[in-house]
Design a protein around this ligand. Structure first.
Ligand SMILES: Cc1cc2nc3c(=O)[nH]c(=O)nc-3n(C[C@H](O)[C@H](O)[C@H](O)COP(=O)(O)OP(=O)(O)OC[C@H]3O[C@@H](n4cnc5c(N)ncnc54)[C@H](O)[C@@H]3O)c2cc1C
Ligand code: FES
Length: 259
């Protein structure tokens, strides 16, 4: 079930000058169940350039406080105006949208999953890690950035599993891209999940295939409606063209025609 509601801004924290953590609450009722990888379509008022809603992944959920946390990289008019919000203001949101990553039933055995995030693509991995950990599985995080300052929320990730990092400038963790990290050679995983820039996800998918490990990615194709009406988010798959906003954003990479 999807909701269209005015959520209240509860807090807004700057993690860096261009990254915010935005906490939205529903003052009336409990939030519906939300899967990691699902997203919110946010209406942004007061700007002629932002008449289309902006899709933002669900970074975390606090069931008791009825709140959703969003990690936002302020890149353009829409996301920058979210950075100017104040506590108590409202944002009209459609949620939860898309399919989401799977949390396997623990009755099928404890699974060890490698969750990979690049840049703001780390956002859905926190909720995925939380839900896997709370279900009794072992999430392991591999987060990559150009530099140490690009690696966000590390304390929050480490509450749910081991955290490994890579940076291109050697300021933190191992040097290079996430696909260069030594964990690939040292450990085995039941599956891999990734979200970030498309070249990163493609490289992860290729490596996972070499290790014969199932791989799931969350695509961030440009979106307008977010509900399957405008066809602007099409991705080519082995079953033909599909809307990422409704059939995704999470796909098994064996369904994609990337190579
Ligand atoms: C399913 C989904 C989940 C997302 N989750 C998050 C999230 O958790 N946090 C977050 O900060 N952003 C997320 N994004 C990206 C976010 O929607 C865009 O950054 C945002 O719409 C840009 O709006 P804007 O008005 O600030 O910038 P615009 O003025 O619209 O664009 C500014 C620049 O960003 C580029 N851009 C716009 N959208 C995207 C995109 N989807 N991917 C790459 N580049 C883009 C534009 O081409 C332009 O160069 C997600 C996108 C999708 C599709
Ligand atoms: S964003 Fe409109 S169909 Fe997907």
């Amino acid at each position: 079930m999807k909701f269209v509601k005015d959520l209240h801004v509860d807090s807004i924290d700057f993690l860096r000058e261009d990254y915010i953590l935005l906490r939205l609450v529903d003052p009336d009722q409990a939030l519906p169940p939300m899967l990691p990888g699902q997203f919110v379509q946010i209406a942004i008022d007061d700007s002629s350039t932002t008449f289309l809603r902006r899709p933002i992944s669900i970074n975390d959920v606090d069931v008791e406080k009825h709140s959703i946390v969003l990690l936002i990289h302020m890149v353009g008019d829409g996301t920058k105006s979210l950075g100017k919000l104040r506590k108590g203001q409202t944002l009209n949101c459609i949620y939860p949208l898309g399919n989401g990553f799977t949390v396997p039933p623990i009755s099928e055995g404890k699974k060890k999953l490698l969750l990979i995030g690049g840049g703001v693509g780390t956002a859905p991995m926190l909720l995925y890690g939380r839900q896997l950990f709370e279900a009794g599985h072992e999430p392991v995080f591999l987060l990559g950035g150009r530099s140490q300052r690009d690696l966000l929320e590390l304390d929050r990730f480490s509450a749910f599993g081991r955290v490994f990092t890579t940076t291109e400038d050697s300021t933190m963790g191992e040097t290079g891209f996430v696909t260069h990290h030594s964990i690939w050679k040292k450990e085995q995983f039941d599956s891999v999940a990734a979200c970030g820039p498309k070249p990163m996800m493609q490289a992860v998918a290729k490596l996972a295939r070499e290790y014969d490990t199932p791989c799931f990615v969350s695509l961030e194709n440009l979106m307008a409606c977010g509900i399957g009406a405008c066809l602007c988010c099409i991705e080519k798959t082995v079953k033909g063209n599909v809307c990422v906003c409704t059939e995704g954003p999470v796909f098994n990479t064996n369904q994609l025609t990337w190579e």
